[in-house]
Design a protein around this ligand. Structure first.
Ligand code: SAM
Length: 277
């Protein structure tokens, strides 16, 4: 992150309010965060010592899903909503390694991401960054950046990874997703991950972490049930193994440590929009 040399935050960054992107960056082990962001994670660590696993499993899922789309489908257009701050393996790096012609548009509305991410994420002619609110599918899809850079008559991979659990019920996350899915042509895929309330013994952890997140200076982080998360995919068919704990979605190999409750409370899946019968 570009910072004044005396260690203070840049003037346009409000360091009294935690940022989703910077809290996530801290959980991933990044350096682009402030005390207010780190405090959110440290408060959760008291009830969930494995708190970083939410971010680590979520990000590893994004990378595997991106590789899946790039290798197992013919899709070369990616709309990555909620890019987050640049990290080790950004979507364009993962997919362009496999499909050098792949185009990626990132969308985010976090001031830190907009200020510093744009320069780092838009690092070649096949990658663009759009500062926009992902809760407005029409605004995103009709923005000139998307219209000029992606061909919405051809299949697109829509990523909503770690984003929709920051969208409040009153904003209608399923309705927002329908706004995207209705516009995407057959053959498109959608990749979603989300905080999960398993409606079993792990629900207590989900509720406690949700309470800490929603009442933190970050202000969001909703754990939803499987039925609510399935709604986000609309009527799309799910690729095997369906919506599962992120670390169980086509893992690289067996996990050598026991699964913990945090890992059971973040799920992901990939849906495919087939042509109408
Ligand atoms: N997708 C990345 C990943 O999974 O590794 C980053 C996930 S991070 C937890 C969520 C990102 O979504 C943040 O960068 C945040 O700024 C962005 N975000 C949250 N709500 C948003 C909104 N309404 N419009 C645009 N971006 C949003």
């Amino acid at each position: 992150m570009v910072q004044p040399t005396d260690g203070r935050a840049p003037a346009h960054i409000d360091t009294t309010k935690a940022s989703i992107a910077r809290v996530y960056d801290y959980a991933l082990g990044g350096k682009d965060n402030y005390e207010v962001d780190r405090a959110v994670i440290e408060r959760i660590r008291a009830v969930a010592p494995e708190v970083n696993q939410f971010a680590l499993d979520n990000r590893a899922f994004l990378v595997r899903a991106a590789r899946f789309v790039a290798t197992r489908t013919a899709i070369t257009q990616f709309l990555d909503c909620g890019s987050g701050l640049p990290t080790a393996e950004n979507t364009h790096q993962v997919v362009q390694r496999l499909r050098p012609d792949a185009r990626v548009v990132y969308v985010d509305n976090d001031p830190t991401v907009v200020a510093h991410g744009r320069a780092l994420l838009e690092d070649n002619e096949l990658t663009r960054f759009l500062a926009a609110d992902l809760r407005d599918p029409g605004g995103v899809l009709d923005d000139p950046t998307v219209q000029q850079f992606l061909d919405l008559d051809r299949p697109v991979a829509l990523f909503q990874v770690g984003t929709l659990h920051h969208v409040a019920d009153e904003d209608g996350p399923a309705r927002i997703m329908a706004g995207y899915l209705d516009r995407l042509p057959a053959g498109s895929v959608v990749v979603v991950s989300h905080f999960f309330d398993p409606e079993n013994d792990d629900s207590e952890l989900a509720r406690r972490v949700e309470d800490l997140l929603v009442h933190s200076p970050m202000g969001s982080g909703y754990f939803r049930t499987m039925a609510r998360i399935r709604e986000l995919f609309g009527g799309l068919d799910l690729v095997e193994p369906g919506i599962v704990a992120c670390h169980r979605w086509w893992p690289e190999g067996p996990q050598l440590t026991p699964e913990n409750a945090v890992q059971r409370c973040v799920v992901g899946g990939v849906g495919i929009k087939h042509p109408p019968q």
